[in-house]
Design a protein around this ligand. Sequence first.
Ligand code: ADP
Ligand code: MG
Length: 730
Amino acid sequence: MSRSKNMIKLEAINRRPRKIFSEEKFNGKIPVITDYYAENTFDFRKSDMISDEVKEELIEATKATSKTRIPNEHADQVAKAVVAWASKRGATHFCHWFQPLTGTTAEKHDSFLSFSKDEPILKLSGSQLMQGEPDASSFPNGGSRSTFEARGYTSWDLTSPLFLREGENGKTLCIPTAFVSYNGDALDVKTPLLRSITALSNAATKFLQLIGDKDVKSVVSNCGCEQEYFLVDKAFYYARPDLVMSNRTLLGSLTTKNQQLSDHYFGTIPERVLAFMQELDYKLHRLGIPSKTRHNEVAPGQFEIAPIFEEANVAVDHNQLLMAVIKKVAQKHDFVAILHEKPFAGVNGSGKHLNWSMATDTGDNLLEPGNEPHKNHRFLAMVSIVVDAVFKHSKALRMAIAGHGNDHRLGANEAPPSIISVFLGDTLTKIYDALESGSEFKPIDDQWLDMGAGQLADLLRDNTDRNRTSPFAFTGNKFEFRAVGSSQNAGFPLSILNAAMTDALISATAELEKSLNSGKGIEDALLDLIRTNYKRSKNVVFGGDGYSSEWLEEAAQRGLPNLRTTAEALTVLKDEKATAFLTETKTYRPVELLTRYNVAVEGYNMSREIEFSTLSRMVRQYVLPSAVHYKKGLLEVIKTQSELEMECVVEKDILTKVDTLLNNVYKALNNMEASYNDSLQKDEEEKSLLFATKVLPLSEELSNKSNQLEEFIPDELWDLPTFLEMLFVR
Ligand code: ADP
Ligand code: MG
């Protein structure tokens, strides 16, 4: 055997919680959050090196609808303040930080070093702050540019704060940027998200103005991402090629006790994990990321963190950063953080519940039920427009959460199904039903009035708590898009959601205008709108058990699409009808949709190829040898006993069983490999469909056979860390 598994286990068991607030640096005192909150971000408002005039210009430029351009000399002034601030805190380099279509973030560091009359100086110019030109040819572009046009530009996103990234030996100033091609085509996640934010603001403002909210000048979308993740001890992680290669276990027998007793969810956080979470929160708070809640999740080894919600673009940047910080801090605690949607078959997977709402610049949350009749109408209209948006664009929303990892989660343990539906809760559904059926709807019915606003929100929350199976649920004063995968960049689904809402708002505004022009009063027109919307789209409203097989049938009868796999869901990107709203709202250009399709299909295929070949290798290098090793021992015993004329019934029986299990594994391996090799001949689209429907099921068959063998083989002969070790040793 290679490095003994017992040594690995001992290493993991003997670890101690890591302390971060040392006696020398902190006098043994734990610092107060408000003393260090956001100390690693640059706030131009607080800088005394930037004039008031420039500050006002910057504030103006951060508005979604702004057309303000910062003149060069003003940018130089800001850059000077930035470099002074950053270098004082130990930063030696800066980088444009952006989100290409790789799913993660990218950065290229430049030092502040420059020369003035042969003397070294620190310098960041205004143009270096505002614009970068990384070679774009090595980022996924899905064929949208020929290689000779490799030029790509990064452009400073003024709405997202500059921050310092800390390394062991220095700091780097990170400038959040958008990443576009020579033609201005978005090569990243941020650009379309920003466009969708602007489009939504315009459409919502127009709608609100029409219904009498004349003070509203803009509307922001807000977002809070609940982030789930697993922690596995580093020693086990590096002994599992599948975790290292593909971030999920490709085989492994489920432990006898896993999550049946529900004893992990909200349980006491293990000491070593708590130490990790404390350092994580400390780091996040210094970066101005408003981390708020932390707890154990349902599966053993699974945890969750959620921040206070923020404006959508900043929330997405912060979530990207948070994922990176989780990984980094976990390493310091000898854990590896796994953000994959389904690292362990048989227990819960991880999601990123994307909480979403819209708020006016006058401070109103448009999804807050409120207690004034007029506001209730507005609220009811808004929610009915959201329902309409999801109904009309459910295919695109399904596409937006597609990814090879999420395929293992959607429809599995405690994850929403791949059918997109909306959960409204009892109270709201009843109100809409009454409205629709024409029974006179009193906005203030007993239930509604008795509760008062605050309590009403609570009541709705209670209702929603009972339904964890919905992919898109109303939860009090926001919607929660739960089908989003834990490792995904939330910016993509958010851009699709914002665009869907924009499209539905534009239609609603047109309908409303028509009613008003025909002489209807605003209240009547609004009620009409709610009714028509609900009538048209209520098929997407579902309050039952999303995990049940009955729902699959019912959804089919209702005509709701069910795109089961990523391969199927991605074809939506090529469906002009299904994506028309994305181009009409100017969130995506047609070429960008094609780009995303190509990049996603290729990404899907590459991920699966890595998984299939890793699984093959693991079976050959670990699983088969373990069984052969066991057989060898048994054969020796049988041989010796036979020589001594002893019976060996049991040994022979075990040997036969091992042999059968081994044969099963070998057969399954050959089947999978044959199917895999066949698929490789196809073009990318066909390959993805074959991978999803043929090779993947065969790979799961192979895992099952291997798991049966694992359960039969002495633990000391099983080289790979088991689920028991990975999920329970902390
Ligand atoms: P729950 O546990 O019911 O999902 P929480 O209050 O824990 O609700 O909220 C979960 C996430 O939703 C947090 O990130 C929170 O900040 C965010 N959130 C709360 N209100 C809103 C809102 N109006 N818009 C967007 N996100 C919100
Ligand atoms: Mg929640």
